[in-house]
Design a protein around this ligand. Structure first.
Ligand SMILES: CC(C)(COP(=O)(O)OP(=O)(O)OC[C@H]1O[C@@H](n2cnc3c(N)ncnc32)[C@H](O)[C@@H]1OP(=O)(O)O)[C@@H](O)C(=O)NCCC(=O)NCCS
Length: 210
């Protein structure tokens, strides 16, 4: 298993892998493969954190990072990073590969002197890696709320202190869903289905801490 930077030749494979990993998981179908496609060209994309896992010449996992920033209640602005999409091909999940990708890139982010990784994700996937809900560090969304899925990994001990912070992620995550449908037509047809994981997701994104 080789953890290495993504190259141009991997682009399509990574998009196919991402589609396989996310298909029908959070919504019928998925849009994460389109997100990979547009992210690499976006100004907030961080190419030095764009990693894949290769096994016998096949890409089986991928992680992509973008710039984000924190704004404190006294107007301090701090650079942070966010990852997503992160995925492992369904045939290779639960073997420690996602963990390996997080660990590898986490140490690179630490060396970049960035105090935190801040993401929106399922707590079940990330608390085991040290992520805590934003509310524990007084980190809210731009509206001052603490969504269940707003997760913070502090990389510099005690960085957050007593200040209140708001996280601003890249606008690359807001895209036209019509374009996803158009993009998806380039791939082998797959059936869109309802799965119970979509119900859990719908609950999670409407849940807030206080
Ligand atoms: C979420 C995801 C990236 C995690 O990657 P992964 O490689 O499956 O993760 P890991 O194997 O490192 O850890 C997952 C579980 O496997 C367990 N595990 C790790 N190595 C193991 C091994 N050798 N044998 C058995 N179990 C193992 C871990 O303890 C963990 O268990 P838990 O969920 O009960 O805590 C992957 O499952 C995925 O792509 N999911 C679909 C897309 C997605 O949801 N992405 C994240 C968006 S929020």
């Amino acid at each position: 298993m080789n953890i290495r930077l993504e190259t141009k030749d991997d682009f399509r494979q990574v998009e196919e892998l991402t589609r396989e990993a996310f298909w029908n998981l959070y919504v019928p179908g998925c849009d994460e493969h389109y997100l990979c496609h547009i992210l690499r060209e976006h100004k907030d994309f961080i190419s030095e954190l764009d990693y894949v896992v290769e096994l016998n010449g096949i890409i089986i996992a991928s992680i992509m990072y973008t710039e984000s920033f924190l704004l404190s209640d006294d107007q301090e602005k701090v650079r942070t990073v966010s990852f997503g999409p992160l995925c492992v091909h369904p045939d290779y999940q639960r073997k420690g590969i996602g963990t390996a990708l997080i660990e590898k890139t986490k140490s690179l982010v630490k060396n970049m002197n960035i105090p935190a990784i801040i993401i929106y994700g399922d707590p079940h996937n990330y608390c085991k890696h040290g992520f805590r809900n934003g509310i524990d560090y007084h980190v809210s969304n731009i509206d001052g709320e603490y969504p269940l899925g707003l997760l913070v990994l502090e990389l510099q001990n005690g960085f957050f202190g007593k200040k209140k912070w708001k996280i601003k992620q890249t606008d690359a995550f807001y895209f036209d869903h019509e374009k996803v449908l158009e993009f998806d037509r380039q791939f082998v047809e797959k059936e869109k289905m309802h799965k119970y994981s979509q119900e859990i997701f719908k609950m999670n994104i409407r849940a807030f801490l206080r």
